[in-house]
Design a protein around this ligand. Sequence first.
Ligand SMILES: NC(=O)c1ccc[n+]([C@@H]2O[C@H](COP(=O)([O-])OP(=O)(O)OC[C@H]3O[C@@H](n4cnc5c(N)ncnc54)[C@H](O)[C@@H]3O)[C@@H](O)[C@H]2O)c1
Length: 320
Amino acid sequence: MIKKMKILITGGAGFIGSHLADSLVNRNNEVVIIDNLSTGKLGNINQKAKLFNEDLVNHEKIKEIFEKEKPEIVYHLAANINLRKSVEDPLHDAKMNILNTLNLLEIGLKYNIKHFIFSSTGGAIYGDAKEIPTTEEYKEYPISPYGCAKLAIEKYLNFYNKIHGLKFTSLRYSNVYGPRQNPDGEAGVISIFLDNMFSGKNPIIYGGIQTRDYVYVKDVVNANILVLEDGKSEIYNLGTEKETDVIEIFSKLNKYFKNRFEPKYEEIRKGEQKRSCLSYKKIKNSLNWKPQIAIDEGLDRTYCWFLKNEDVKNSHQKTL
Ligand SMILES: NC(=O)c1ccc[n+]([C@@H]2O[C@H](COP(=O)([O-])OP(=O)(O)OC[C@H]3O[C@@H](n4cnc5c(N)ncnc54)[C@H](O)[C@@H]3O)[C@@H](O)[C@H]2O)c1
């Protein structure tokens, strides 16, 4: 029987955080969520989890939540995830992604949390790496405030570990996809294309030959669960070591719609990475994690979820 723990998830109403909450609740843990529902949804939240609808920027309120709940573990996922917005407004990004995280760490220390598990990024931290698949030893070279903030937090985590003995894990995700990914904004090309197609719109492809490493959300959640017992305070990549380009993603998805969509091609956006693909050797060797869901199966599952989702289904039916 796995020991029941009190676990706080920031961003637990979001795409990855809500799947993580489900998995932790299923393992008999007590889950508390802090989320301001800016991109997350009430409907994503596990019924057995306790929600604090709060913004991390309200540092005093966050402290009160720790005082009341006294979580043992913190999974920190809440973030400004919009990379382009971070380029437009680096100060805002730093407030959200650096200062709010430092505040959480300070409060976490005060209330003696046992482990801080951070959702970092592989793509934005390594930039256009020459080594593919990219390992954790590769020199980080973020060129966006979003990537800089994630890297800065990893450095702070080292500080909190070395000076205060706080145990941490940082997981550098590649491109995560799957059910519940919010298609609004910038996040995931797979959910954006599916959303377009279900509403009868031809997706726009910017460039098209740029590659990404698509990792299915359940695999990411499994890694988050595995690291709970890992006491080494490490940084691990989470990817599949496989590259898929955007045109290929479009073609795979178009098949679900009997190939009736024609993409609109536009110039690749300035500053966009050409390739991104992560090695998962380190976490495989340490914790025996490897991705279980190949891209075709993950796309089937994501497509089926979109199909079952009432809102999407309704708009789809209107376009048929
Ligand atoms: N999705 C990916 O491909 C990917 C890749 C690399 C890293 N990540 C990281 O994983 C984490 C989760 O990403 P996601 O894709 O699930 O995004 P998401 O937008 O679905 O989830 C983020 C959640 O945090 C909440 N939130 C945002 N700002 C907040 C604030 N100030 N206070 C309280 N709540 C706030 C949102 O409402 C949302 O529920 C993020 O830290 C992101 O940087 C994601």
